[in-house]
Design a protein around this ligand. Structure first.
Ligand SMILES: Cc1cc2nc3c(=O)[nH]c(=O)nc-3n(C[C@H](O)[C@H](O)[C@H](O)COP(=O)(O)OP(=O)(O)OC[C@H]3O[C@@H](n4cnc5c(N)ncnc54)[C@H](O)[C@@H]3O)c2cc1C
Length: 464
């Protein structure tokens, strides 16, 4: 996230902590959240998502090796049947007491059609990078991490940042959908068009997408530049930077009046050796400032400026698939809304003000990105480009404020939630945000009349 800090930072924060009472820090450090048992009384093994807030004990775990096995399992397996990728969604999309189907073995590049790669959806984004690069190609853009499966990423509208770039599903030109009827449907802009429009972002609610045809781009060498500056300066420059840079995003750091800026631009400079990420050191310093000085926002801001204000910029050069996604060693929970282009910066300022007034326990930076529009029916970017703002909180911290304090701000600014991240919207509100909501539900009912693909979370979400 802000891989621009060295261990000295934590050391410096530690000096402040020690100077003003380390006991205070020790008493404010939160305990690990309780873990569900790894096996339930029926002997079923635990499944958990990445952040740990969603869990389930599926009766059946299915790991088909072929598309035909996927279709056969969908036809016969115990409901609810839930496909799972890397389990990196924060919402209850995956948990099931019925059948959990991993696509891990339905993976890899099947073939090339010109510059489009036909890829099995169990493929992880991190594995796709080198496979495409071997042919001099790349995914046009990437999200913050590359642990996701391709099926999971398109299932929730996963995206990176950059005005020229669509979310990943926006670069899909055809797909194959296995249904609970045991069929495999070929869908694109001219065949099964309604299913193509519904399936590209479908939360695993229509069946299992086994294969997609993906546009690729030349594999670019990118120059990354990361720097901290006053938040006001970032807000004043953000639009210019989105217009100027291939990829631009920034992180507003609450309780510091600072923002971390990240740009990626094409370059012919030679690649630099990969450096170790120090995001965790930076986050640890912010956490310690919270633990120690959370009682006084002016003191916390002054200490943050003293510790972080002189942070040196970071530069790196490398292939896009190696630079655009990074590691996230510190676990968190997250809410992200996608807003019409006029509102993200205003909404972000309101979010920072709300946190600094009401939630002094929050220390994670708030991320702002830009994504081009597409035409998938449940794409948050359907109808035009959007600006995304994401609020994170440490996995040990209470995240309910995301629904109570933050979500209303984004809704008031016309936001649509990220399908894989926390929100509390259900069918009545969601249907008002998506012009093609009813058409999507018609396709869903036609493909799965008995709702075999629906767990309780999706039933409520879809109003089924
Ligand atoms: C640390 C972290 C960083 C993140 N960064 C970003 C980011 O930069 N940008 C962004 O947009 N999001 C981001 N996310 C969110 C993440 O990209 C999405 O939640 C994504 O869906 C996770 O992919 P997955 O493979 O883990 O899918 P899962 O969470 O396992 O599944 C997601 C959905 O897809 C469905 N599904 C999976 N495979 C298939 C298939 N083959 N056919 C049909 N349905 C399927 C599942 O049933 C489920 O509904 C991040 C999440 C984490 C934890």
């Amino acid at each position: 996230m802000i891989s621009r800090r060295n261990a000295l930072l934590v050391g410096a924060a530690g000096v402040v902590v020690a100077g003003t009472g380390g006991v205070f820090l020790a008493t404010r450090e939160k305990p690990e959240p309780a873990s569900p048992p790894s096996v339930n009384p029926q002997g079923r093994m635990l499944w958990r998502n990445w952040s740990g807030i969603e869990s389930a004990y599926p009766a059946v775990r299915s790991a088909p090796k072929t598309e035909a096995q996927v279709a056969q399992t969908l036809k016969t397996a115990a409901a609810p049947i839930r496909p799972v990728g890397a389990g990196h969604s924060f919402t209850g999309l995956v948990p099931t007491s019925g059948t959990l189907m991993t696509l891990d073995q339905v993976a890899g590049i099947d073939r090339w059609e010109g510059d489009e790669a036909v890829v099995w959806t169990g493929t992880r984004l991190g594995a796709l990078g080198p496979a495409l690069a071997a042919r001099g190609r790349a995914m046009p853009n990437l999200p913050d991490i590359n642990k996701q499966s391709l099926g999971g990423a398109i299932g929730t509208g996963t995206h990176g940042t950059g005005t020229a770039f669509k979310a990943i599903h926006g670069d899909i030109t055809a797909l194959r959908l296995a249904t609970v009827g045991g069929e495999i449907l070929d869908c694109d802009a001219t065949h099964n068009t309604d299913i193509f429009n519904a399936a590209r972002v479908s939360l695993g609610g229509l069946g299992v997408i086994t294969q997609v045809r993906l546009k690729t781009a030349p594999n670019p060498r990118l120059h990354r530049h990361v720097w901290l500056e006053p938040l006001e300066q970032t807000l004043a420059q953000a639009e210019t930077r989105w217009a100027k840079h291939r990829n631009y995003e920034f992180y507003a750091v609450p309780f510091t009046d600072l923002a971390a800026n990240i740009t990626h631009d094409e370059t012919t400079l030679p690649a630099t050796p990969p450096g170790a990420s120090s995001d965790d050191a930076f986050l640890e310093a912010l956490k310690q400032l919270r633990n120690l000085l959370g009682f006084s926002t002016p003191l916390r801001k002054a200490a943050a400026k003293a510790l972080l204000g002189s942070t040196k910029p970071e530069e790196a050069v490398g292939e896009g698939w190696k630079l655009l996604s990074t590691e996230r060693p510190v676990r968190f929970n997250e809410l992200e809304f996608h807003l019409p282009l006029q509102t993200p910066l205003t909404a972000l300022k309101e979010v920072v003000a709300a946190l600094e007034t009401h939630r002094k326990d929050v220390f994670f930076p708030i991320e702002a990105r830009r994504i081009a529009g597409d035409d998938a029916w449940l794409s948050p970017f359907n109808g035009g480009p959007r600006g995304s703002v994401a609020v994170h909180c440490h996995y040990k911290d209470d995240y309910k404020f995301l629904f109570e304090l933050i979500q209303p701000i984004f809704l008031a600014h016309g936001g649509r939630p990220h399908w894989g991240k926390l929100h509390s919207l259900k069918a009545p509100q969601l249907s008002r945000l998506y012009p093609d909501w009813a058409a999507f539900q018609d396709v869903r009912r036609r493909l799965d009349p008995q709702g075999k693909m629906l767990n309780s979370y999706l039933r409520e979400l879809f109003g089924a």
